[in-house]
Write a protein that binds this ligand. Structure first.
Ligand code: FES
Length: 161
């Protein structure tokens, strides 16, 4: 399959992000495409893509650390430390067993919370194929135009301070 460019006459199937070597160097690239803010990550030899704003309250995942929890690589949202698996967009949480003397965290899934997208590599270029998962995924909320405008307002206020 040959990815189509954003400006194609046909309905776009995938979106050019950049040169593979440039994304590897940058490690993280955020782009607005097809009405969404998408974050593309390069970590330990693999590419990942997901909605750029955290499903919890719209935090900027671009600034999150990547750590492993429950044997899964996660991005940790910088706002309130929610953990989101890179590959699936699954929310992970943990609990402690109060009956244990030295409790260790027990991890559990909260389900798919963050919309993830498919990364395609074609001849040294990186493209994103947008998620076609039907139905509501919580991160969809922060992709609405109203949310985008509020973020812009906040950024202007912060820049003015
Ligand atoms: S906004 Fe991401 S954890 Fe709250």
């Amino acid at each position: 399959m040959m990815p189509m460019e954003e400006n194609s006459d046909e309905a776009p199937a995938s979106y050019f992000i950049g040169k593979k070597k440039d994304i590897i160097k940058a490690k993280r690239v955020s782009k607005f495409m097809n009405g969404r803010d998408v974050l593309v990550l390069y970590h330990e030899g693999k590419f990942y893509a997901m909605d750029a704003h955290c499903y919890h309250a719209g935090g900027q995942l671009e600034n999150g650390d990547i750590e492993e929890f429950n044997y899964k690589l996660c991005i940790v949202c910088p706002s309130h430390k929610y953990k989101i698996t890179l590959a699936e967009g699954e929310g992970l949480d943990s609990a402690l067993d109060p009956k244990e003397k030295n409790p260790v965290p027990l991890w559990f899934s909260k389900g798919i919370k963050q919309r993830v997208h498919t990364v395609l590599e074609v001849e040294g270029d990186i493209f994103i194929k947008m998620s076609e998962v039907q139905g509501w995924i919580e991160s969809d909320y922060y992709q609405k135009e109203q949310q985008r405008q509020e973020r812009q307002k906040c950024a202007q206020i912060c820049a003015a301070d």
